[in-house]
Design a protein around this ligand. Structure first.
Ligand code: FAD
Length: 400
């Protein structure tokens, strides 16, 4: 026997939970299927940066690559607006603070990158101001004398990664969505005008139960497992898995109100509401591999010591006070980017009613992705031109 619903959401990270909430808010009958626990993977492991300026990884390969990455700016502007309203709409805080973000330069070359970057971002409508070293220290006295310039974006900030996803899932539940954890989607097939989604759930006694759902729309919110879900539909959703490193520094009275990033090295840092300082910014870990040498996305990646040290050094150089505080914990997580740095987002061509969003800063972009996919699924138009993010733009429709 199969359960018929309006929408099946695959994945219970930030995106899946936001989708379930938004679809339920529209009155849809939704079931969210999560293989593990809600918020267990990237959405609960990430740095929580709400970054709208182009990140270091987008500017490190020159202006042309930065220009391409900037095509995601309409999504970022939309996301900035969503995060600002999210707690009020949900009726529960998701720990959003938008005190502004600084991207730092420590030499003339990096300052020149900031200038080119700011010009590009302004052409897309992002509010960015360039500051010299003294100006930046006047608003951020915790920064070192080595900082010679910064780009300030007032929209940037952070959200609480431990609260945001679960709060959205609770919101979805309050509106009647069903949420099934320890329930893995094993197949997605066309069945007449609907999609049949097959699942396998792990029960309390360790046995497994198979169940199927029929739905008009299927939302793929599988993060780093997106390509695996695409394979169930015979489409190649091209994503590149990455393992990244994060550290948290011991509690100290609040002194960093901003999100801090760097134009010349991998660095993001921010102080949480509990006083700890989160340090990340894209330092790699090593993906685990299976017996055939392929990435094993379900196994914990391996920590690279040099990444932990390099990240800490970059942080201490620009915020010298951090040198006197201990690192409490370091962890690794997996996420995904795409070959052109732009997300995959929208309806999957040739698979009517199947929608996907993933790639890059998908914590920052999660609420925006969810709104756009919900609008498209409900037959509403979206103000954002979605062609640059077309999910099969790298090729990959096996057969219709
Ligand atoms: C260390 C680190 C730092 C980061 N920092 C930032 C940052 O500061 N800002 C930012 O914007 N982004 C950041 N990111 C990226 C960001 O975390 C992710 O892009 C985002 O969380 C993805 O959310 P998601 O809901 O799409 O995926 P996920 O949170 O990965 O959730 C996907 C879910 O789908 C489930 N799933 C997969 N396959 C199946 C299946 N077959 N059946 C059922 N369920 C399935 C998984 O179990 C998982 O729970 C960072 C990532 C990492 C790893």
């Amino acid at each position: 026997m199969s359960t018929v619903v309006d929408s099946v959401v695959v994945g219970g990270g930030l995106l899946g939970s936001a989708l379930a909430w938004m679809l339920a808010r529209d009155g849809a009958d939704v079931v969210l299927l999560e293989r593990d626990q809600l918020n267990q993977h990237a959405s609960g492991q990430n740095a929580g940066s709400l970054h709208f300026q182009l990140e270091y990884r987008m500017v490190e390969h020159g202006l042309e690559a930065a220009r391409q990455a900037a095509e995601a700016m309409p999504l970022h502007l939309d996301a900035a607006d969503h995060w600002a309203r999210l707690g009020d709409e949900l009726g529960e805080s998701v720990g959003v603070v938008q005190n502004g973000g600084l991207m730092l330069a420590e030499n003339a070359e990096q300052a020149a990158v900031l200038e080119r970057k700011a010009e590009l971002e302004r052409s897309w409508g992002l509010d960015v101001t360039l500051l010299d070293g003294d100006e930046v220290r006047s608003i951020a006295p915790y920064l070192s004398e080595s900082v010679v310039a910064a780009a300030f974006c007032p929209l940037e900030g952070k959200a609480d990664t431990r609260r945001a996803g679960p709060a959205l899932a609770r919101g979805a539940k309050r509106l009647g969505a069903s949420i099934l954890t320890r329930t893995k989607v094993t197949a997605i097939e066309r069945d007449g005008l609907l999609w049949r989604v097959e699942t396998s759930s792990v029960d309390a006694d360790g046995s497994s139960t198979a169940r199927s759902f029929h739905a008009q729309t299927v939302m793929l919110a599988g993060g780093v497992w997106t390509s695996e879900l695409g394979a169930m539909l015979d489409v190649h959703l091209s994503t590149i898995p990455l393992a990244l490193t994060m550290s948290v520094i011991a509690k100290t009275p609040s002194f960093i109100p901003h999100l801090v990033q760097h134009a010349g090295t991998r660095l993001s840092l921010k102080q949480s509401s509990d006083g700890t300082v989160l340090v990340g910014g894209g330092w790699p870990a090593r993906l685990a591999t299976d017996a055939d040498g392929r990435p094993d996305l379900s196994a914990r990646p391996h920590l690279i010591q040099e990444s932990v040290a390099g990240n800490a050094l970059a942080a201490m150089r620009v915020v010298p006070r951090l040198a006197s505080l201990p690192v409490l914990r370091t962890w690794v997580g997996t996420t995904t980017v795409t070959p052109d740095q732009l997300p995959l987002a929208g309806e999957v061509p040739g698979r009517p009613g199947v929608f996907v969003a993933t790639g890059g800063s998908a914590f920052t972009l999660g609420p925006s992705f969810a709104r756009i996919l919900t609008d498209l699924a409900q037959g509403r138009s979206t103000a954002i031109e979605m062609a640059p993010y077309q999910p099969l733009r790298f090729g990959g429709l096996a057969h219709v």
